[in-house]
Design a protein around this ligand. Structure first.
Ligand code: PMP
Length: 887
């Protein structure tokens, strides 16, 4: 989208720079001059009936537009800015359009033809060609600002270029000329024409106006001024009611009132809540919704494929008034019935009336949705309705998809060719456009509480963060995301854009899992306090967790974060052994407190780090792909470095207190150490009296599929296991499990107390997480989906050389980007995750060289989610930018 805008900008610059250029040869007869494109009508015989049906209406329309078109401004234009004539630099970040070549088709003609041709080529393969055209136009208009008349012809001109292309190709085919270059765009042109034909011409025109900075509709200002002189009360619309004020109903994406998806899909509960709200505000009309992005529209009919991945219609275009079924609705103005329809058969939307009004030279429409089915039967299209006359009454839930009764009231400045329906919600990307076409119904009522209901803007949040939060806290992505709702594998922004989350191993059983949410709500409404009283929840959770651990690890301590858990583990090891030295893995990360930073080489060897402290000893990263030793047999070689460390300690009369490591190194770049490595390391450490700590903060709770804990992949049993992140599905909950011996020796008289650790709410949540993993078979899911992904990542690796290695277990996977000399490619990895974000898939990079794509989604990640991920990955991996940037 950005590159299309840049292309538009450069094309506009060219158009404007050659405005005054003239040459005696320029006004010439030429098949590719759009002005003459009606010549194509003479060759209709070359096409099938179906093809003709597609082409003829455009030709006809172009013919009818001639009176406007012939008078448009003229100049010399390039006339052939197709893909082969545009030079683009190969940078991944901020690429530039560096030049245009081949002026052989330049001609003196209508100036607007030039951008029509740029658009025709640049949008050909886009899922949404109109939206792609707008990118071009937004750039173009910064140097050459088309007039409304020029824009009025643009939609047809784009089509005429494609028609010229397919006609030329058909003629050549007939002449049996075999030059493939001559037909190079033919198929794409047909495909684009088909899509273009589904776009309403007037709708395209309004979009073009907006892209060029004009009001969407020519009547926008007039309509507003007209409403300023009018005053309507709610009782004009609903004469049997006497509400004068509004209680704004909050249905926006972040609304806590609607709760989670399972709550808002419970329509009985919804109605119950509406009724309660009405009781609380007996003198107010419950209403709202204009331009409100809502998470409510979850049926697939609201989804479509956009230029940047899937998108959904989420933004409401009218106002909803929540009133009892049977409430009569009356017309605010004289009108003609434009449509009166019901979906008797489906009973999802009830009855719908659209009225057409003509007021002081203004034409506009009003729409009334969710009426009773019977009430619309009396109307015929064309019937007259007087101001104040009854239009119908509100439908009951049984005829309106079980929704609590409400009127959807919407205004429209244009009907856009719709005959018996009109969109009531739009995609967030088109919000400005629809705002221009569907004015705020509150322009009529002027009620100060009937406001549009948005979230704080992302920019405002970002700016405030800079002032109030520590500077060391970074945000993901070049353009940070504003996230306000979670639902299973998805995160949602305030506009209802859904992002498939492959990053979040904290939301282990899915964002806002209903069972976990219920456990939290239920317990917090009864009691939350510390662990110094007898309460069953801590015991229930402890018992459930112990069932998942090897018998040896029988004692539990509850805390609030992974850092705290590792902190306690180190304290235990030091107390039990009386030693201070800790052995850890290169690029390991174990948390943010002082002592765990001291054993986290990811931190002390990274930016701002002060290097390895005296009592820390680091083993080289056991990376069998790109490390010091390669292959599956390298386990013993890597473990041998420990022998040297232990010998050096011995020389100083020191011994290791502990070894700490993750069974798959997460921050290290999803590295699965080779077989026998851990077995050998544990043996050597224990030989010197040290303890072995497994950090399962990222990898635990069934994530690796084959086992519940990642250390089990290596056939070892640690003395201490630390857990965090997924334990509470986002609620701060961490645990240290240890052997009875360790627990007893740690208990040296100094009390261990943690204010929040083990509180009933945390434990109830922890237990719900374990239950869901069990009930929904999520460990098995991790195994199956993980294998499916690995298999297909390997297919991608064979196809795209940038992928050097794919690895991991279950839903804890990594993809490493390298060049042909095995050098890391961090820029490409960064570009890749940012592009994937454009396609609404969240991914992250990690590893010492930041060149590993890390995949650890919620465990409810399904086969369909995996397929979606693979499909989009292939799109980005196949981009020319990815290929070119490696050279
Ligand atoms: N250990 C590992 C392996 C981790 O990845 C993390 C967090 N990224 C921690 C410990 C620290 O956990 P927390 O941020 O909850 O303190």
């Amino acid at each position: 989208s950005i590159l299309r805008k840049i292309l538009g900008e450069k094309a506009g610059l060219l158009t404007s720079n050659i405005q005054n250029f003239s040459h005696p040869l320029m006004p010439r007869e030429f098949d590719w001059n759009l002005t003459q494109s009606l010549w194509t009508k003479n060759h209709l015989g070359l096409f099938t009936e179906e093809e003709k049906e597609l082409i003829i209406p455009f030709q006809q329309r172009f013919f009818n537009l001639q009176n406007i078109y012939q008078n448009l401004p003229k100049s010399v234009v390039h006339n052939d800015l197709n893909d082969y004539n545009i030079l683009v630099s190969k940078e991944l970040i901020d690429p530039e359009v560096t030049g245009f070549i081949d002026f052989g088709d330049a001609v003196y003609t209508q100036t607007i033809n030039d951008v029509a041709i740029v658009i025709a080529y640049a949008v050909m393969e886009a899922a949404n060609p109109l939206e792609a055209a707008l990118d071009i136009l937004k750039g173009y208009t910064t140097h050459y600002r088309p007039t409304p008349e020029e824009l009025q012809c643009l939609y047809i001109l784009v089509a005429m270029r494609w028609i010229t292309t397919v006609t030329k190709a058909a003629i050549r085919k007939k002449d049996k000329s075999n030059n493939p270059y001559h037909s190079i765009s033919e198929q794409n042109a047909w495909d684009a024409l088909k899509k273009w034909a589904t776009v309403n011409e007037e709708f395209a025109f309004y979009n073009f106006r907006l892209a060029c900075g004009m009001p969407v509709h020519p009547n926008n200002e007039d309509f507003k001024s007209w409403t300023e002189q009018k005053d309507f009360s709610f009782s004009d619309l609903f004469p049997t009611t006497s509400f004068e004020d509004v209680e704004l109903l909050d249905l926006k994406v972040s609304s806590p009132w609607i709760g989670s998806r399972s709550e808002f899909n419970d329509l009985d509960l919804f109605e119950f809540k509406i009724n309660k709200l009405q009781k609380k505000h007996p003198n107010k009309i419950i209403a709202g919704g204009y331009l409100e992005p809502r998470p409510l529209y979850t049926a697939s009919s609201y989804d479509r494929e956009g230029n940047e991945g899937p998108e959904s219609r989420s933004v409401h275009l009218g106002v909803d008034f929540w009133l009892p079924a049977g409430t009569p609705i009356h017309s605010l103005f004289d009108a003609e019935v434009y449509a009166a329809v019901n979906d008797d058969g489906f009973k999802e939307y009830g009855g719908l009336v659209i009225l057409k009004h003509e007021k002081e030279g203004l034409v506009f429409y009003s729409l009334y949705g969710h009426l009773s089915i019977d009430s619309v039967k009396k109307f015929q299209k064309g019937d007259r309705v007087k101001k104040g006359e009854r239009i119908g009454e509100l439908g009951a839930p049984h005829e309106n998809g079980n929704w609590s009764p409400h009127l959807h009231f919407q205004l429209m400045l244009s009907i856009l060719g719709f005959t018996d329906d009109f969109p009531g919600v739009c995609c967030p990307s088109e919000m400005e456009l629809w705002k221009g076409l569907c004015p705020d119904p509150n322009l009529l009522f002027k009620n100060k509480n009937l406001k549009t209901n948005y979230d704080t803007s992302a920019n405002e949040i970002e700016d405030t963060r800079k002032n109030v939060l520590g500077k060391g806290l970074s945000l993901s992505y070049h353009q940070p995301l504003h996230i306000v709702r979670g639902d299973g594998v998805y995160l949602m922004d305030p506009f209802g854009r859904k992002y498939l989350d492959t990053v979040n191993n904290v939301a282990h059983v899915g964002h806002e899992h209903p069972q976990v949410v219920a456990a939290a709500k239920n317990q917090i409404s009864v009691l939350n306090t510390n662990t110094r009283y007898l309460h069953p929840e801590i015991i229930n959770y402890a018992k459930a967790l112990r069932k998942k651990l090897p018998d040896e690890l029988s004692v539990l301590h509850f805390l609030n974060s992974g850092s705290e858990a590792n902190e306690l583990a180190l304290r235990m090891a030091k107390t039990v052994t009386g030693e201070k030295d800790i052995v850890a893995l290169e690029v390991g990360y174990h948390g943010n407190t002082s002592s765990v930073i001291d054993i986290s080489s990811y931190k002390f060897d990274g930016k701002g780090g002060k290097g390895k402290p005296e009592h820390t000893h680091i083993l080289p990263l056991p990376d069998p792909f790109r490390g010091k030793h390669e292959g599956d047999k390298s386990g013993t070689d890597y473990a041998a470095y420990l022998v040297e460390i232990l010998q050096n300690l011995k020389k100083d009369n020191r011994k290791p207190a502990a070894f700490i490591g993750e069974a798959i190194l997460s921050c290290g770049g999803q590295i699965l150490p080779p077989p026998n490595y851990f077995e050998k390391v544990y043996e050597l450490i224990r030989g010197e009296g040290g303890l072995c700590i497994a950090d399962e903060v990222q990898t635990g709770f069934g994530r690796v599929g084959e086992h519940f804990w990642a250390f089990e992949l290596h056939g070892v049993v640690p003395d201490i296991v630390t857990m965090g992140k997924p334990a509470g599905n986002g609620h701060p909950l961490a645990i240290v499990a240890c052997t009875k011996e360790v627990a007893e020796q740690f208990n040296n008289g100094m009390e261990f107390f943690n204010t929040f650790g083990g509180n009933p709410v945390s434990c109830a949540i922890g237990r719900a997480v374990l239950d869901v993993v069990e009930d929904e078979n999520l460990q098995q899911n991790a195994l199956e989906i993980g294998e499916f992904l690995l298999l297909n990542f390997n297919v991608l690796r064979d196809k795209y050389p940038i992928i050097g290695d794919v690895r991991g277990k279950g839903l804890f996977l990594g993809i490493e980007f390298v060049d042909s000399n095995m050098n890391p490619l961090p820029e490409q990895a960064d570009y890749f995750v940012n592009r994937m974000k454009d396609y609404k898939i969240l991914m992250s990079t990690d590893g010492p060289d930041h060149n590993v794509i890390k995949i650890k989604p919620p465990m409810v990640f399904s086969k369909e989610n995996a397929e979606e991920l693979l499909h989009r990955m292939e799109l980005v991996l196949g981009e020319d930018f990815m290929k070119l940037s490696q050279h």
